[in-house]
Design a protein around this ligand. Structure first.
Ligand code: M6R
Length: 608
């Protein structure tokens, strides 16, 4: 959840470390800090709040250094405060930054207290600094001390550490938390996210679990879990600054909403050909594997789970397969029974979500036919650990609220439904229809984005309320859930979603003039039933905002009926998502919230 960065260079590193923190701020932003080696001392600056405040402190104090580590935090153990901000130190000698969770921290703290170490923070991370100091004082090198420390740590971590007595080297270590090395010009870097280093290099080494590495300005050495020196592959990735800047937009979320036509085009590009889906787009051998699939198990969190819920419907109607879907955080704890020839599918924008990764690792011990992930980050742990994968090609998503990642996940899941249907020789005509519809999707999204002005008009009504209800039926229920999640996470308005038919079984009691009801009414076999449900709302004084098919007419009294562009029914969930994203954005803008970095949240949830 936090972001860590480290640099050993021939130039001053303070500015580049802070710039890297800015790029990773979406991962956590309740406090930030930096430790800079200055030969005879280590400059240690920390601030509560956003990286900007640390930057201001740096401008005042102007610390110079060619070796340093820095951190932006999302609190797990201990409240957001300056004392709990990283880097943590031990005896003014060892300074560390840590991303992850140390599960056995209470036992280790007890051990260290008995060795006369005192703790200045409530974090689990501080003990890592003390543990390194403890082993260094016994005459071990920093490399050996890191291995001795690692041997005692249970949990997930990416660590970077510096030692006052060594102004040349940084030690980093990884276990179940992302960490990579960047090879710069006359400098070596490390970070938990390639975005942090995108301006500095395009050469990256993704460390593996158990790895420890030593970095200086002109060399690096990597050691594996058994302390054996290893070579790891260098990946060339171009992370352009354009992709990580807001350009003409006020917020990343806004930019990402309006990037969706291009993002969807990139998801389907090169994956459909003629009038069908192409072979092996999920990896070599995937088409053959799909012939055998008899059941699908989906596991994901948050918005990605909503994408899975929509896809479950497509797997049923297009691939003719049953699907089981679970919250990743729940899956392992329900004793899942695995049917023969079941495919295990994970969906994740980041590919680093701890619950989803843990579910995959658990599933790999079970009798699944194969594992497959839908992911936006090709270098992520999920992508590397799955048998098959497809990348959504949405480009970096910086806003914490997922927008283009969600719609591209839906497009990729549709590709999966089509591929499995093809493998199972099901529904060739339907496949052709959907492939044709997919090609026109970017244009229809472009048209849908033009609803912005209409939505801006109704945003003040929603922004002035404390609650909202989202309604959808069938394949639109998960879209209603996604609309509610978006609204609550960025505007802090309490929002719930229901299948419209459930209203009269309880939630109807909530309806009055203070409860705006946002409903999705595409043309479908149950459109009439949905309209009856909405009439029930109207009769009780609720204000209705209905996004509907052009053929549907209804009097919404004080609310608004907004006609949506026409689209193939199977793809309409993608289209109906767009106005809900715009509505949340415009409402949050009116309420003055921190849209890209909503309170208490983080982009990449790397703790369970
Ligand atoms: O990176 P992932 O897709 O695995 O993340 C899952 C959720 O944490 C994420 O979708 C979250 O719900 C978003 N903030 C929603 O906008």
């Amino acid at each position: 959840m936090c972001g860590i960065i480290a640099a050993a260079s021939n130039r001053n590193v303070g500015k580049l470390l802070v710039q890297g923190l800015h790029k990773m701020e979406y991962r956590g932003y309740d406090s930030a800090g930096i430790a800079l080696h200055q030969k005879d001392q280590i400059a240690h600056l920390r601030t509560l709040g956003k990286v900007k405040l640390l930057e201001e402190k740096m401008i005042q104090e102007k610390p110079k250094s060619k070796l340093g580590i820095a951190h932006t935090r999302w609190a797990t153990h201990g409240e957001p405060s300056e004392e709990n901000a990283h880097p943590h130190k031990s005896n003014e000698r060892v300074y560390i930054v840590h991303n992850g969770i140390i599960e056995n921290y209470l036992d280790l703290k007890d051990f260290l207290k008995k060795k006369n170490y005192s703790f200045l923070s409530q974090t689990d991370s501080e003990l890592i600094a003390h543990m390194l100091d403890y082993f260094l004082n016994q005459g071990n090198s920093m490399l050996d001390s890191m291995y001795l420390t690692k041997d005692r740590l249970d949990g997930a971590y990416a660590i970077a550490a510096i030692d006052l007595e060594d102004d040349q080297n940084i030690i980093v270590a990884r276990n179940k938390s992302p960490l990579l090395i960047g090879i710069g010009i006359e400098e070596l870097l490390a970070a938990s996210d390639p975005l942090a280093l995108g301006q500095l290099t395009n050469e990256f080494i993704f460390l593996e679990d158990g790895d420890v590495a030593e970095l200086s300005s002109d060399s690096y050495s990597i050691y594996d879990i058994n302390k054996k020196k290893v070579e790891r592959e260098i990946s060339k990735i171009d992370i352009s600054s354009q992709a990580t800047s807001k350009g003409e937009y006020k917020h990343f979320m806004e930019k990402e909403i309006y990037e969706q036509p291009e993002a969807i085009l990139n998801t389907i590009d090169g994956r459909v050909g003629g009038d069908d889906i192409l072979e092996n787009i999920f990896g070599l051998g995937s088409s053959e594997m799909f012939e055998r699939v008899k059941r699908i198990q989906i596991v994901a969190c948050g918005t990605s789970l909503h994408a899975g819920r929509v896809a479950a419907n497509w797997f049923s109607s297009i691939s003719e397969l049953p699907t089981q879907i679970d919250y990743a955080s729940e899956y392992r704890y329900r004793n899942p029974h695995v049917d023969e020839d079941s495919l295990f599918v994970t969906i994740s924008q980041s590919g680093e979500t701890a619950d989803t990764l843990a579910a995959l690792r658990y599933a790999k011990e079970k009798d699944y036919l194969s594992s497959l992930c839908i992911c936006n980050v090709p270098t992520s742990s999920l992508a590397r650990e799955s048998d098959y994968s497809i990348f959504t090609n949405a480009g970096p998503e910086i806003g914490v609220a997922s927008t283009k990642a969600f719609t591209t996940q839906l497009a990729a899941l549709m590709l999966l439904a089509l591929s499995i249907a093809k493998g199972r020789k099901k529904n060739p005509k339907l496949r052709t229809r959907v492939v044709t519809a997919l090609r026109s999707l970017p244009d229809i999204i472009e048209e849908t984005l033009k609803l912005k002005e209409t939505i801006i008009e109704l945003a003040p009504e929603v922004a002035s309320k404390d609650n909202a209800l989202f309604l959808g039926r069938g394949i639109f229920y998960p879209i209603a859930k996604e609309g509610a999640l978006k609204l609550k996470e960025i505007s802090y308005i309490h929002a719930e979603a229901y299948p419209a038919g459930e209203l009269k079984h309880g939630p109807l009691a909530l309806i009055d003039e203070n409860m705006p009801v946002i409903a999705l009414a595409p043309e479908s076999e149950i459109a009439e039933k949905l309209i009856s449900n909405l009439e029930e709302v109207k009769a009780r004084g609720g204000t209705l905002y209905v996004f509907s098919d052009p053929t549907i007419s209804m009097d919404v009294k004080s609310g608004k009926l907004i006609k949506m562009p026409k689209c193939d029914f199977l793809l309409t969930p993608i289209i109906y998502t767009i106005p809900l994203q715009i509505l949340s954005y415009e409402v949050a803008l009116l309420r003055g919230t921190d849209i890209d970095q909503p309170r208490n949240l983080a982009k990449s949830v790397t703790v369970e």
